[in-house]
Design a protein. Structure first.
Length: 202
């Protein structure tokens, strides 16, 4: 996949809708920064709602707007490559806005799948441009944000002694002769002196 394949312009959208005019097109969206079990579960559930599953992915810029300056961890191309490799995903498209409403208004999907955290009566502009909305159960304890926090916390708990033990220590070169050689020379001199004095060593 290259950068040109990330574009899903109006011409391609029109061709896409014509190709699948008689099938139920399902869309879902997200950052998909660090893949986890929750992503897989929601995508499988989304695929079950129709025939063709289109996954809309936030660009790096929109992820930063939504999640903060330290995100994304994985670049857009890598996130899209992961999603494209999944057998139940039929099309992957990037969008550069904080919301994919503009994309959906062009694609006019039959079904939009969202996490059930959105099923709280809030205003959803997507309702005006999709056939119906299905809420998928959230997999508790799984999120990219939590994964980042867990890894950071685990790293912070590593004892300094462990870090020191694995640190690269400098190599010090001494200009003095090796101790064994010095000791051997001294021992030989002592032995000759004792022999001259008639002292035997055992």
């Amino acid at each position: 996949m290259n950068s040109s394949e990330l574009q899903f312009d109006l011409r391609r959208i029109s061709a896409f809708r014509s190709k699948y005019a008689d099938q139920v097109v399902v869309v879902t969206n997200g950052c998909f920064d660090l893949p986890h079990a929750g992503h897989i579960t929601s995508l499988v559930h989304a695929k079950q709602q129709g025939d063709i599953l289109v996954v809309a992915v936030n660009t790096d810029e929109s992820v930063t707007q939504n999640k903060g300056p330290t995100r994304p961890v994985n670049a857009l191309l890598h996130r899209m490559q992961f999603l494209t490799a999944l057998p139940f995903v039929d099309q992957v498209v990037a969008f550069n806005q904080t919301s994919p409403v503009q994309l959906y208004s062009q694609l006019l999907p039959d079904v939009l799948v969202k996490g059930d955290e959105y099923d709280d009566g809030r205003y959803m502009p997507e309702r005006a441009v999709v056939g119906r909305i299905v809420f998928t159960p959230t997999v508790i304890g799984h999120s990219s944000t939590k994964m980042v926090a867990d890894v950071t916390s685990a790293f912070d708990r590593v004892p300094s002694s462990v870090s020191d033990r694995h640190a690269v220590k400098p190599v010090v070169t001494s200009l003095r002769a090796p101790p064994s050689r010095v000791q051997g020379t001294a021992g030989a001199r002592t032995g000759r002196r004792l022999a001259r004095e008639g002292v035997r060593s055992y």
